[in-house]
Design a protein around this ligand. Sequence first.
Ligand code: NAP
Length: 512
Amino acid sequence: MIMKALTAEPLPYLESPVQDSQEFFCFDLPTKPWPGTGKILVTGASGYIGGRLVSELLARGYRVRVMVRGAPASNRNLWPDAEMVIADATDPVQLRRALEGVDTAYYLIHSLRLCPKDAPSSDLKAASAFRTAAEEKQIKRIIYLGGLGDVRNPFSPHLGGRMEVAKELRRGTIPVTVLRAALIIGSGSASYEIISHLVKKLPIIFVPPWAKNRLQPIGIRDVIKYLVGSLEVPETAGKDFELGGPDILTFEQMLRILADVLNSKTFFIPFFFSYLPLYTYPLSLLTPVPNTITQCLMEGLKNEVVVRDNSIKRFVPFEPISYREAIIRAMSREEQDRVHTRWSDAYPPAHVLAVKLHELHGQVAYGARYSLLTPKGSADLFRSICRIGGKEGWFHGNWMWRTRGMLDRILLGVGSIRGRKSPTYLEINDVVDFWRVEDLKQAERLLLRAEMKLPGMAWLEFHIREEEGQQRLSVVAYYDTHTLFGRIYWYLFLPFHHFLFKNLLKEIEKRS
Ligand SMILES: NC(=O)c1ccc[n+]([C@@H]2O[C@H](COP(=O)([O-])OP(=O)(O)OC[C@H]3O[C@@H](n4cnc5c(N)ncnc54)[C@H](OP(=O)(O)O)[C@@H]3O)[C@@H](O)[C@H]2O)c1
């Protein structure tokens, strides 16, 4: 199904950030939109890179079709001028539909949520299906962004997987431009969030031997500029390019620079132990990024990752920003609450792949409802509901939510430390600590689906209804399970629910 996205109504309660022209990364790109470029397909549009690329292409006047696995209304609000196609990259029929009439496709599909074990095989399967469908539909170009690594050293399974995808896409007849980047630094990027949480939280950082390897990070804005620039310079078709910023740094230097920017007194102590899991697991307890992703990213640091071929500069000539500038920009975006995409947008199970509450057709095994009547307006109540979680916390009994979150992280779940993209606005598919927004109706309903480790499936629904000239504010906990342990879990937590949710409602009302 291909549909024209609906024009978005302004949302009075949840002001999502709107980009002004100077905010587009490509406003100073030396290349110009290539006349006659046909329709552009952006795959992985719900991901960190894809989400940012779509807005840039639209701003430059391209006709864009975004490919997503689910079609949350929020995507339509984000890109009212784009076409949207729902397709899974492993489904040949859906892919053929997505590629119909396409000139150039950006290939930004990645199964980071399946890291470290299953991602390479799943990514390879998707790349193979995509290449076949793209050849059948005779598209002109593919542009792929993969990972940068030194071919002289053995790759991590994650990086090896990214290289295999490039090879697979190249096996066909369509010219593929392969861009490779190492650490991408920007607001919402996993690498930036790991580094910044480490420096903010630890007064002493133990530096393993691999933190002395040289790396070449690049700012998100420059990655997007290279992606768009490659499209606008046809000579880049079929070529391989390495992307990097101007600084070659060790991981330790990257931490030190951030500490300097933050003016934080962090002590760095050399530590001889190299064994990676010794670092990645504790690190995942301290940062919003879960262990699976941390492991994949950290594996890449074991080898030197430096650009050896700068030929992209001949085709797309501009000066990338320094590492220091990239982190300052990321911080200021966070402070201004203008983070457009975040690593958590596509992780874990894609919004569309999880069972939805309405799909259970009222057959949920357990439920507990709490409510109160209030004279406050529905808009104010809803605004207050939409601020739960993240730095603000859960308004009441925060230590209980945090303990549950930490327990989840220890069990390798997402944990409440995952936080949220923006403290003030929410859209469908956004994460709120260990929840994900499944449904959102202004001033009426917020439905959160649990993504923490549970012996069942759980949802939390807030809704507001008019009753006798006042508003009834309710919270309903839904829970479904098929196991004995699952049932015990529900009854064990019921007394806590009673305490937490009653007080949560009172706090929401008070803050409205
Ligand atoms: N982010 C970085 O720091 C970084 C650094 C270097 C290179 N790169 C490269 O940049 C590319 C994009 O990375 P990213 O950070 O944007 O990844 P991401 O945020 O994890 O997004 C991955 C995207 O792939 C989609 N996807 C996964 N499996 C799919 C399938 N079977 N069918 C359709 N869509 C599927 C996801 O959709 P759902 O939302 O439906 O899951 C999501 O939109 C990757 O090739 C990566 O190697 C990224």
